[in-house]
Design a protein around this ligand. Sequence first.
Ligand code: 6PG
Length: 248
Amino acid sequence: MTGRGELRVYADAEALAQAAAELCAETMQAAVAARGRCGVLLAGGATPRRAYELLAGEPLAQNIPWHQVHVFWGDERCLPAGDARRNETMARLALLDRVPVPPEQVHAIDCAGAPEQVAEFYADQLHCFFAGRPPRFDLAILGLGDDGHTASLLPDAAALAEQQRWTAVTKRPEEPFARVTLTAPLLNQARLVVFLVSGQGKAAVLRAALTGEQPRLPVHLIRPAGGGLLWLADRAAASLLAEGGGTA
Ligand code: 6PG
């Protein structure tokens, strides 16, 4: 599978989570070994939770150099710290409260303030972290919404056209909160982008994402320039793909 990455299909959600956790562990270890630190971008939503839990548990957690890991988020809902709807809250409960990442290396999107200011401030944090070097996350975990969004790059959002800035503000009309998201120009510089897609409900959108079916979806913007692109899906999510019958 060229251009749109490599698809790996697993029997069920648990097998998908296990494979995702193992891949994350391997990638983080390799990044620290090669460059002395690892920049990881976490996704929100429900799908990654189990993988985060497995990553925080044995045997994986004991072999990860957590003190050299820096954690960022691909997007966040502009809600107060601790709100159950925040992507940070899920990641802390499933992973970060259980592993020894130094607190100053957990770079949450602090939503105290106007969303535009929050987005600017997070971009500043990202610039500080990359400190003039190419802004390449070692691992960017992303989810896929059933409308084809990823991170909070929502359909029809102005942020989809962003070519320079690293962060943007988006909003769903039906949600009482805004969102801050990383933009495609930054996401596409990652060394490895890994989509986690689970469930029958994602079968149609995964097929559209991988076949380029029209209409164009936000997820189609994610084409890592020099990095890898992996799609880890369970059989249910891959059920509408020709190769969806096989499993890794
Ligand atoms: C968010 C997420 C979002 C998520 C997809 C898939 O804040 O909503 O970052 O991009 O990854 O909506 O969500 P599920 O894993 O819950 O299907």
